[in-house]
Design a protein around this ligand. Structure first.
Ligand code: NAI
Ligand code: A1CAB
Length: 266
C-alpha cells in the first residue's frame, strides 16, 4: 500500500477487520508520523516504496492524484517484474491507467479502482476498470481483495469518472444531507444531541431499507408520503428549492473535476 492517508487507512483497516494477516500487508507512507500511526494501529510493517514493491503480489497506489507520477517513477525504479504477474491497483481519482503503463515493465497489469470510505466498516462500493494489460485473472485477484471490504463492480474505464462522481464522492453528499437535517432540527428547537441521534438513526434505518427491502427509492419514499401529509409538504419544498437540479449539477461537476485531475497532473 503506497500512501497511508484516509483511503489507504480505510483499506488497511477493512482488510485487517476482514481477517487479512497484518504480516501480509506493507505500507509505504511518506510522512513518518503517519507511518508510525498506521504501524501502531494495525501492526503492519512500514517500508520505503522500493522495499515494499519487491515481491509484492499487489501494489496499491493510494496517494493524491498530484503525487501519482512521482510514485509510479519510484515503483518503476524498484525490483518489479511484469512476468511475476504483479498487479498495480490505482485508487487515485482521475488518473487513467494509460498514465501508468508506459512507465512500467511491458505488459504489467494496471487496474484502476474507485473505492469509497464506507470501506472502513466493510460496506465499500468499489468499482474497477481494467487497463490494457489487465486480464480476467488479474481482475479476479482485485475483486477478491476488495470483496473483503464491501461490494465490487466493474465498468469500462470510459465510465470511471462518472463512477467517481456517484459512489466515490457519494458518502460526502449523504453526510452533508445529514448535517443539513441536524441543523434544521436544531432550528426547530431540538437539542443538537437529540437532533443528531434522530438523524443518524433515520439515515441508518433508511439505508438498511434500501439494502434489504427489495424496493426502489421511489417506492420507499411513496410509502412515507401520506396524501396531504407532512412528508408531501417537506418534499415539495425540497423540489421547489431545486434538490434534483442541485444533484445534476453536483455530479456533473464531480465528473468534470475527475477528468480535470487526470489532465492537471499530466
Ligand atoms: N478519500 C476518499 O474518499 C477517496 C479517495 N480516493 C483517492 O485516494 C487517494 C488518496 O486520497 P486520500 O487518502 O483522501 O488522501 P490523503 O492525503 O489522506 O492520503 C495520501 C497519503 O499519501 C502519502 N504520500 C504522498 N506521497 C507519497 C509518497 N511518495 N510515498 C508514500 N506516501 C506518500 C501522504 O503522506 C498521505 O498520507 C487520492 O488519489 C484520491 O483521489 C479514492 C476514493 C475515495
Ligand atoms: O474528493 C476526491 O477527490 C476523492 C475522490 C472520490 C472521493 N474523494
Amino acid at each position: 500500500m503506497i500512501g497511508g492517508g484516509r483511503i489507504g487507512e480505510a483499506l488497511i483497516a477493512g482488510l485487517v477487520e476482514a481477517g487479512f494477516a497484518p504480516k501480509d500487508l506493507v505500507v509505504a507512507e511518506k510522512s513518518p508520523t503517519r507511518a508510525a500511526e498506521i504501524a501502531k494501529e494495525f501492526g503492519v510493517a512500514t517500508r520505503s516504496i522500493a522495499d515494499s514493491v519487491e515481491g509484492a503480489d499487489v501494489i496499491v497506489v493510494a496517494v493524491k492524484p498530484s503525487d501519482v507520477d512521482a510514485v509510479v517513477t519510484q515503483i518503476a525504479a524498484g525490483e518489479i517484474d511484469g512476468e511475476q504477474e504483479q498487479i498495480i491497483v490505482s485508487l487515485a481519482a482521475g488518473i487513467p491507467t494509460s498514465r501508468f503503463e508506459p512507465k512500467l515493465p511491458a505488459g504489467m497489469a494496471v487496474v484502476r479502482v474507485m473505492p469509497n470510505t464506507p470501506m472502513l466498516v466493510g460496506e465499500a462500493m468499489s468499482v474497477m476498470s481494467p487497463g490494457r494489460h489487465a486480464r480476467p485473472e488479474h481482475l479476479d485477484v482485485v475483486r477478491k481483495i476488495l470483496g473483503t471490504v464491501g461490494k465490487v463492480a466493474e465498468v469500462p474505464e470510459s465510465q470511471i469518472d462518472a463512477v467517481t462522481a456517484v459512489s466515490g464522492s457519494g458518502p460526502a453528499y449523504f453526510f452533508l444531507v445529514a448535517e443539513a437535517m441536524i441543523d434544521a432540527a436544531v432550528g426547530l428547537g431540538l437539542t443538537r444531541a437529540t437532533a443528531t441521534e434522530l438523524v443518524n438513526q433515520t439515515m441508518t434505518g433508511a439505508a438498511a431499507m434500501l439494502d434489504r427491502s427489495g424496493e426502489t427509492p421511489t417506492e420507499l419514499r411513496a410509502a412515507v408520503t401520506s396524501p396531504g401529509g407532512t412528508t408531501a409538504a417537506a418534499v415539495s419544498e425540497l423540489e421547489r428549492n431545486g434538490l434534483r437540479a442541485a444533484f445534476l449539477d453536483a455530479l456533473d461537476a464531480a465528473k468534470k473535476r475527475s477528468v480535470d485531475l487526470g489532465r492537471a497532473h499530466e
